[in-house]
Structure formats: structure tokens, C-alpha cells
Design a protein around this ligand. Structure first.
Ligand SMILES: Cc1cc2nc3c(=O)[nH]c(=O)nc-3n(C[C@H](O)[C@H](O)[C@H](O)COP(=O)(O)O)c2cc1C
Length: 226
């Protein structure tokens, strides 16, 4: 008789599959944060589609994951390559990879802009250096020299009349959000959770909802071959 002993036959994803993938996704992200083994457990690859139909991908940070609406939020420069691509085509794919936990999560959907109030609140929570950086950088545009970037940052500090001495002391400083900087919320229509297992017999499942914007949108879960 053949023994399957060397294999981990236990389900690594919740079994039966839950109605929505988001509580598990949120738990995986929280676990990655708690383990503290990676400086950016919320890093995710974001793929967008260019005007020629070709994909481009880069890392961004997940700043909110809302299990109720099934959305994932990130922030960026609206005039960057990704920002311009998203203005023309809202379709995206995201990938989280938590190597230490042998886990991957894929999210696909369309983006919608976050509200100005939401972007303002998140911008205000950033370190002052990052807030200046958002003003100084014309993200994805050519740069003659690194020196020019620091000159741009200095100019912005003067234009905005920022009290650098206070900022360095750790006192609160008011730095408004640049009009070219905001966030996008990915309304997930497809999610796939992957948990590695022995013999590459990984545990893998996909959830799909045809109309994610509908209040009562229900997910259809399907286990997949690894
Ligand atoms: C760990 C990490 C986190 C990053 N987080 C962000 C982010 O949250 N937002 C962002 O616009 N760029 C972020 N970047 C930079 C992007 O990967 C990318 O270089 C930049 O956004 C320009 O991309 P684009 O030219 O495709 O628009 C991050 C890079 C790394 C390595």
C-alpha cells in the first residue's frame, strides 16, 4: 500500500473555504506584521496596463485592507507611470508574497480614487521627510542629476514656508498634500490564496465575485490544483 505520510495532507487554507477570502488575507497580513521578519510586510507588486496593452509592475505598500468591502488601498503620485496608466485603465493585479510563511495572495480588480479627505488624512500621518519628498519628486520623469532633486526639495521647503527646525525637533508641522499625490482603492473581483506544502502539493483557492461594487456581491470559492 502506498503511504502519503511524507506529505502534509492537512488543509492549510480554512476548510471548508470561507465565503470571503478577505478575513484570511487580513489575518495573513497581520501575522506577517507580527513576525516582524520583513521590514515591509505590506509590500505588494502592483501591475497596471499601458496604452499599448502591455503590463508594467512595481512594488507599492498596502495602506488599508478592508474585509467588509473587499478592497485594498495604496498611495502614489498621480502623474507617475502607474498614475497615468490607471487614469486611462483602472484594471490592476496585486501580488503579496510572504516568503517566510510560504504564502502568496493575488488580487485582481479595478481601482477607484480615494476621497480627498481620506488622502489628506493619510498624507498627514506620514513622516515630514516623506511629505516633502512627495512635493519634490515628479515621479517617473527624467532627472538630470540627484543634486537637482535635493534642490527641488529645498525650493519646496521655502515655497511652502516649512519650519524645518521644528520638524527636526519632532514638533508637528503643517505640510499640505500635493495635488498630484493621492490613493487608489482596488475593488477586488478575484482573489487567490496560496499556501505552500510538501511535494509542491500546495493548497490553493480562488474567490470570484462578478459585480464587486454591488453591496450584496457574494464570492464564489473554488479550490485549484497547485
Ligand atoms: C518596498 C517598496 C515600497 C514602495 N512603496 C511605494 C508606494 O507605496 N507608492 C509608490 O508610489 N511607490 C512605491 N515604491 C516605488 C515603486 O516601486 C516605483 O518605483 C515608483 O512608484 C514608480 O513607479 P512607476 O514609474 O511605475 O509609476 C516602493 C518601492 C519599494 C521597493
Amino acid at each position: 500500500m502506498t503511504s502519503l505520510d511524507p506529505f502534509d495532507t492537512e488543509s492549510l487554507l480554512p476548510d471548508p473555504l470561507p465565503e470571503s477570502p478577505f478575513p484570511t488575507l487580513a489575518a495573513w497580513l497581520a501575522e506577517a506584521r507580527e513576525r516582524g521578519q520583513t521590514p515591509n510586510p505590506n509590500a505588494m507588486t502592483l501591475a497596471t496596463v499601458g496604452p499599448d496593452g502591455r503590463p508594467s509592475a512595481r512594488i507599492v505598500l498596502c495602506k488599508d485592507l478592508d474585509p467588509d468591502s473587499g478592497t485594498v488601498t495604496f498611495y502614489t503620485n498621480l502623474q507617475s507611470r502607474k498614475g497615468r496608466e490607471l487614469a486611462a485603465n483602472p484594471a490592476v493585479a496585486l501580488v503579496f508574497h510572504w516568503d517566510h510563511a510560504d504564502r502568496q495572495a493575488r488580487v485582481e480588480g479595478d481601482v477607484e480614487p480615494v476621497s480627498d479627505a481620506e488622502a489628506d488624512a493619510y498624507f498627514a500621518s506620514r513622516r515630514w521627510e516623506s511629505r516633502i519628498g512627495a512635493w519634490a519628486s515628479q515621479q517617473s520623469q527624467p532627472l538630470e542629476s540627484r543634486q537637482m532633486l535635493f534642490e527641488a526639495a529645498t525650493e519646496r521647503i521655502l515655497d511652502l514656508n516649512i519650519d524645518i527646525a521644528a520638524a527636526v525637533r519632532g514638533d508637528p508641522v503643517n505640510i499640505p498634500r500635493p495635488p498630484h499625490w493621492s490613493g487608489f482603492r482596488v475593488l477586488a473581483s478575484r482573489v487567490e490564496l496560496w499556501h505552500g506544502s510538501t511535494g509542491r502539493l500546495h493548497d490553493r483557492a480562488r474567490w470570484e465575485r462578478p459585480d464587486p461594487a454591488a453591496r450584496d456581491a457574494t464570492w464564489v470559492a473554488t479550490r485549484l490544483q497547485p
